[in-house]
Ligand binder design. Structure first.
Ligand SMILES: [Zn+2]
Length: 425
């Protein structure tokens, strides 16, 4: 029998409405008890005095690049980066090679993860075959193999009729449909947010409208079909307002935001530095403000990183030629503390929700709580530890982050999966 006691931390478990100093005991990989002065006989004891002890964080949007692009990331390396960021569960998007659009690929990911990943991996399957936007993928058999949602992330589903069918079909399986909202005709050729900064830099713009029109379309289709619908990496203020409106009307509609979309805006880009190039792009400061407001008022239900590793050889090209996307797993918590908690925009309890019960609820994962009998997944973090992010020490195989050298106050301290420490500082 293996026994671990996390002692004297401030335990925050939103689902149990718990916020106070306590011990957390785990036995054989599950939460056994939460309370004061628990029996420590024969246990591995971790002193968490002065630290926050929360249910394991869940990142519902990552790219692990395996199969097909193992030079950028593998399931194993991405999982290690996740653990170092305080995440105990991650959901890889299907834009691998081959695309995760059938049960064989899903099973390959699940099997590799069970052997090599130090955190839980819940794959997301494609909406359409090859994510080409035309024919529906093998959604039912992928669900049996372990997917928790469908998405063609990296690409939108441009054809509204296909999207409608996907929603109807997914509703039958109880799966949420996640769309990367981007009208490709409006965004074509764009490298950054369309606005004053793109004009000044002479770079082609991606207007907020390319996101907004697709969010609007999808919300109407969600109402038509009754499907559970989720907007990936929401970035534009009108999109946030439309999701808020749909939720007020009772539709089962959710969205997530990445740390970079509330932490940065287009004025803060280092000109022509590809570590600031991502989709959706860093938008106007009023958009970043709307995203933060959405997180605070419950419109945005989860913080997700969109961790998108690219090797240096690809990110070191001219700005226009570089692929979109940045690393995110190891800096997410630090950025959320800096931009949301420290300025008083949200409480620490709310932050924990956005990393736990929020994504768990959207994906119907039976996780995100420290209730007795729950999986022994725990994230221990500090509100005030000072540290500096060194991307060259990242567990990721890639180095594309705009936050290299950034000083943080507060961040992950230890990560426990199934009752075992998988990372600690
Ligand atoms: Zn995307």
């Amino acid at each position: 029998m293996s026994r671990v006691v996390i002692a004297n931390g401030r335990v925050i478990d939103p689902l149990s409405k718990l916020d106070g100093v306590a011990d957390v005991a785990m036995v054989d990989g599950r939460i056994a008890q939460v309370g004061r002065d628990l029996d420590r006989t024969g246990a591995e004891v971790f002193d968490a005095a002065g630290l926050i002890v929360a249910p394991g964080f869940i990142d519902m949007h990552v790219h692990l690049r395996e199969p097909g692009f193992e030079h950028a990331e593998t399931i194993e390396s991405g999982a290690r980066a996740a653990a170092a960021g305080g995440f105990t569960s991650i959901c890889p998007m299907p834009n691998t090679s081959p695309v995760n659009d059938n049960a064989t690929v899903t099973s390959y990911i699940v099997e590799r993860a069970s052997r090599l990943a130090c955190v839980n991996v819940f794959p997301i399957g494609a909406i359409t075959k090859g994510s080409l936007g035309e024919e529906l993928a093998a959604i039912g058999s992928m669900k049996q193999a372990g997917i928790v949602a469908i998405s063609d992330d990296g690409k939108p589903v441009m054809n509204a009729r296909v999207m409608r069918r996907a929603m109807e079909y997914a509703a039958g399986f109880g799966l949420p449909v996640i769309n990367h909202c981007e009208d490709l005709h409006l965004s074509a050729g764009g490298d950054m947010h369309e606005g004053q900064v793109s004009t000044r830099l002479g770079l082609r713009g991606i207007p907020s409208a390319s996101e907004d029109v697709m969010v609007a379309r999808d919300l109407l289709l969600a109402e038509l079909t009754g499907a559970r619908y989720h907007v990936a990496h929401i970035s534009a203020r009108h999109s946030v307002a439309m999701v808020r409106f749909a939720r007020h009307r009772g539709l089962p509609v959710t969205c997530e935001a990445t740390p970079h979309h509330f932490a940065l805006h287009d004025c803060e880009m280092k000109p022509y530095d590809s570590n600031y190039k991502m989709k959706p792009p860093l938008r106007h400061s009023s958009d970043a403000e709307a995203v933060a407001q959405g997180l605070a008022d419950g419109t945005v239900g989860a913080i997700a990183t969109d961790h998108a590793p690219h090797p240096g050889s690809e990110k070191m090209q001219e700005f226009e030629k570089c692929p979109f996307g940045i690393l995110g797993l190891e800096t997410a918590l630090g950025l959320a503390l800096e931009h949301l908690v420290h300025p008083g925009r949200i409480t620490v309890g709310k932050l924990v929700e956005l990393f736990t019960t929020g994504p768990a609820g959207i994906l119907s994962l039976n996780r995100g709580t420290l209730a007795e009998g729950a999986p022994g997944d725990v994230t221990i973090f500090s509100l005030d530890r000072e540290w500096t992010y060194d991307v060259n020490k990242s567990f990721s195989k890639s180095r594309n982050s705009p936050f290299h050298g950034h000083p943080f106050r507060g961040g992950p301290v230890a990560t426990i999966v199934k009752g075992e420490f998988v990372w600690r500082i």
